[in-house]
Design a protein. Structure first.
Length: 239
């Protein structure tokens, strides 16, 4: 997969992509991340990329032309068609299902805004979808783009080892993850739940499912869709 990031700080996201699992995706040739700076496509001595908003108000708005030219250059760097995503608090919330959808693409172009945002006409003409990583405002889209790159990279075939399999993740099953424990068995902070030491895999699976259901129920009830819970799940919740 190839991801192009259009940003006033093009190295930021590319550097974030150098560590851990995303770095491994890079090393294995499964992912490449490229940064593009709209300032390189701006005109005049000052290479201006922003201007005051029409109608007044605080802040600056990113201008159409430098972004359009930069998106054009990023888009034509590879013949495969790309999906263009603009990161902004006005976007639809990022979910694991959306991450999975993006991870199935060959190419992604991530557009990061700064200042008050981007001229709306550029968004309407060049952007396929707008995504938010949460109901808070960052000073720019770069951290959001890094989040997308990380979440997508770990789903690419061949990136995760068995030990960190994506199938066990929170949200893959629509639930929060169960708690995890490792050595030592006894500690002043407490003991490992005995069922995990029992060797009874069916019991362990049931315990984990129950923990996942319980946590989701108490911390994120909005994620629980009673209609899709199995009979066994409902019995576990009613215990
Ligand atoms: N840019 C600024 N805030 C953001 C957010 N919450 N999600 C995505 N992009 C952003």
């Amino acid at each position: 997969m190839r991801i192009d990031v259009v940003s006033l700080f093009p190295d930021f996201v590319a550097q974030c992509a150098g560590f851990g699992v995303v770095g491994r995706a890079h090393e294995r040739g499964l992912l490449s991340v490229h940064g593009w700076n709209p300032r390189d496509h701006a005109e005049g001595n000052y290479r201006r990329v922003d201007d005051r908003p029409f109608g007044g108000g605080p802040g600056m708005v990113m201008m159409i032309e430098p972004l359009r030219a930069c998106l054009g250059a990023a888009g034509s760097a590879d013949p495969r068609p790309a999906r263009t995503v603009y990161l902004s608090p006005q976007g639809r919330p990022l979910t694991q299902a959306k991450v999975r959808e993006l991870a199935a693409l060959d190419r992604l172009v991530l557009l990061c805004g700064r200042y008050e945002g981007v001229d709306e006409r550029l968004i309407e003409a060049e952007v396929d979808e707008e995504i938010s990583i949460g109901d808070y405002v960052l000073s720019g889209g770069e951290l959001a783009a890094a989040v997308v790159v990380d979440a997508v990279a770990r789903l690419l075939d061949g990136v995760l080892n068995d030990a960190d399999s994506a199938a066990q993740d929170s949200f893959e099953a629509g639930l929060l993850d169960c708690p995890h424990y490792t050595k030592p068995v006894e500690h002043v902070f407490g003991a490992v739940p005995p069922v995990l030491l029992s060797g009874n895999h069916a019991e362990i699976a049931r315990w984990r499912r129950m923990q996942a259901l319980g946590r989701t129920w108490s911390r994120r009830p909005d994620l629980i869709d009673l209609a899709t819970l199995s009979k066994q799940d409902r019995a576990l919740l009613e215990r």
